[in-house]
Ligand binder design. Sequence first.
Ligand code: ADP
Ligand code: ADP
Length: 230
Amino acid sequence: HDPIITISHVWKYFGHLPALQDVSLEVSSGERVVIIGPSGSGKSTLLRSINRLEEIDKGEIMVEGQDIMSRENNINLIRRNLGMVFQQFNLFPHKTVLQNLTLAPIKLHKLSREEAEDRALGLLKKVGISDKANVYPAMLSGGQQQRVAIARALAMQPDIMLFDEPTSALDPEMVGEVLDVMVNLAEEGMTMICVTHEMGFARTVADRLIFMDQGQIVEAGKPDTLFTAP
Ligand code: ADP
Ligand code: ADP
């Protein structure tokens, strides 16, 4: 069936150095893609190019049939369907957890406060932190903050979720609680692209594992074909 994301022959330079070299990738609706590779290999740049946090220099990226670089297509509309979770949680520090989740749906989906709060509370329950709705992010552990960040992205009801090393800034004992939320999302059929070093997660969740090196996709396949026994 039709790809939901098509990345075709994409190049991205920082100065004279290519961070992405002729990268092509198609992602189907409902597919779980995990991107691995050494530090500096272009994983984050590729992910950030999909919602135009980085502007590509050459090639084309289509999201749900729309060319993200085209002038006619409003990138803000395209971004509403692309939830993104970063290594740093990036929550609004002066807003409560509930306000973090209701802000965008009220503004962009024109929900009433009550409707937005209903949606938010449902998501907080889903990520296991219903009891923290009225606290500020600084009062939460890293794992809790990252679960709020995932819930906040989901509050916009995106078609696709992008994860950029979501557990890399966490203390080891909190990694599992965030991965559990991601596994649940995957089981619900969410289209996901995840950059991560968590190989257990990659092995169990990925429909396709992409290995990047020096700005290129050097291997791609089902996890069991790439994780061959030594
Ligand atoms: P990864 O996510 O695999 O660690 P990145 O996509 O962050 O890799 O980086 C790919 C390459 O691009 C690296 O050489 C990095 O130093 C460089 N790079 C990334 N962002 C910038 C930037 N804003 N300015 C200059 N160079 C950058
Ligand atoms: P990540 O690998 O997760 O992108 P980094 O620490 O490499 O994390 O990058 C953090 C930020 O610094 C990003 O916004 C990235 O674009 C920028 N950055 C990365 N490498 C460079 C670089 N060589 N020069 C300037 N900015 C960079």
